[in-house]
Every structure is written in C-alpha cells, then in structure tokens.
Design a protein around this ligand. Structure first.
Ligand code: MLT
Length: 239
C-alpha cells in the first residue's frame, strides 16, 4: 500500500488520482457538515462548484426535496436554505432531502477527488472509520486536504496525520511520502488537544469571528461516528 498526503488540491493531478482511493478532508467545515447531514437522514449531497450551478441544478431537479446549502466567507449564501454549520443540518431540516452544496474549499476538493477510483469523505468525526474504509479498498491512497484558498490548513493536515497513523497501525509494509510523515508528526503533537487547536487555526479564528464557535467544538469530536460517506457519480451518500 502506498499512502500519500496532498496538503492542497493543487498538488495533485487527475492522472495521479485515477487508480487510487482518495480521502477528502475539510475539517472546518465541509466534510464534517456532509457527514452530519447524512447521519441525520439527508438522502444525498451533490457538491457543486458555484452558486450559479447550485441554483441551475435546483431548477433542473425541481424544488421538492432539494435544499441549497453552503457558504461564502463562512456565511450563508443569500437565497440558500442552509449555510455550512453542521448544527443546522438537523433531522427535521434534512431527512429525505437532496442537498446541493457549494463551499469555498471543501466542495472544490471533493470535485477534484471525484476522478479517483474511490472517493471517501473524512473529518475528525469519522477519522478512524475512514482509515478502515481506506484499507478495505485495498488500493493505494491519497489523503487530500482541502486547505484554504490553495494554501495549507493545519486542521486538515492533523486529520490526515491521524488517518495515516491509523492506517499504518493496521497494516504492514505501507510506503508513505514525506507529506504523510509530516502530517503524522503534527497529529502526534496535537491529537490530545483538538478543540484548542481548531480554535487557534486561521479557519477556527475566522469561524469564531463569524459567530460559529460552537461549530469548532462540534468538529473537534474525534471518532464520534462510524459512518463513512462516499462520493460516487457526483453524489455523496453513506453506502
Ligand atoms: C470550505 O469549504 O471552505 C469551508 O467548509 C468553509 C466554512 O465552512 O466556513
């Protein structure tokens, strides 16, 4: 097994992903929110690139049982039904619904990952289960961090490091790249203080300023869930 980490989507080419399993990570908040929505009964999540594409897709799909959700600059998008706070995606709001989602970094990373043979959606909330699913695919893998605006994001790197550690603990003979080694060092440093770490990252500070401090605590809960969403044919579901 070969296990690489990409700290930003710009580091990987579609050709490098084609025969691999990719694990997409956007701890604050897209991949945490996607998992919460699916656990709470959403039928599927369709990541879309832009606000315009989300609105057009809703016209095509019809309004019944479709919600628009996502953020720009961490805040809800005018005219959308939900923002990107996992706490908004309650069973009452999302059960049975198709969610068209567009976020600044997370959905872009998902769209980049969609060319892979298998695409897994991970966050701290399901890191252990995601490592298990990755191993079960039996393929070489890339842990793809969404980052922020094409740059490194510490919380995504720590999550990638935790998943890499878990994979290495459960298999022998895995080969990892330097980025994975660095991510594992970060995970070792920060694993026992995730809520504090998340509050101090650039994304965490931005979310606190925007009034979403509770989301940080929520997204820092390691292995709260065993469900592992997959992206297949443009839709994210829990298989
Ligand atoms: C993103 O995709 O960039 C994020 O999830 C941002 C956020 O939730 O504020």
């Amino acid at each position: 097994l070969r296990l690489d980490v990409a700290f930003t989507p710009g580091e990987i080419s579609p050709a490098r992903l084609a025969s691999r399993t990719v694990v997409v990570i956007d701890v604050l908040r897209a991949t945490s929110t996607i998992l919460e929505a699916l656990v709470n009964g959403a039928r599927e999540i369709v990541p879309v690139e832009s606000v315009g594409a989300a609105v057009r897709n809703r016209e095509e799909l019809g309004r019944d049982e479709v919600l628009l959700c996502g953020e720009r600059r961490s805040r809800s998008i005018p005219g959308f039904d939900l923002g990107n706070s996992p706490l908004e995606f309650t069973p009452r709001r999302v059960t049975g619904m198709t969610l068209l989602m567009t976020t600044t970094n997370g959905t872009r990373a998902l769209l980049a990952g969609s060319v892979a043979e298998q695409c897994i959606v991970a966050s701290f909330l399901n890191a252990g289960a995601a490592a298990g699913s990755l191993l079960a695919t039996g393929s070489d893998a890339v842990l793809l961090c969404a980052g922020a605006g094409g740059r490194f994001a510490l919380e995504d790197a720590v999550c990638a490091g935790l998943i890499a550690q878990d994979v290495l603990a459960r298999t022998s003979g895995a080969r990892i790249d330097d980025a994975a080694k660095s991510a594992m060092l970060l995970a070792r440093r920060f694993a026992d203080r995730l809520p504090r770490l998340l509050g101090r990252t650039a994304a965490g500070r931005r979310l606190t300023r925007a009034g979403f401090a509770e989301d940080i605590t929520f997204c820092a809960a390691l292995n709260r869930y065993t469900e592992v969403p997959r992206l297949h044919e443009r839709r994210v579901t829990i298989p």
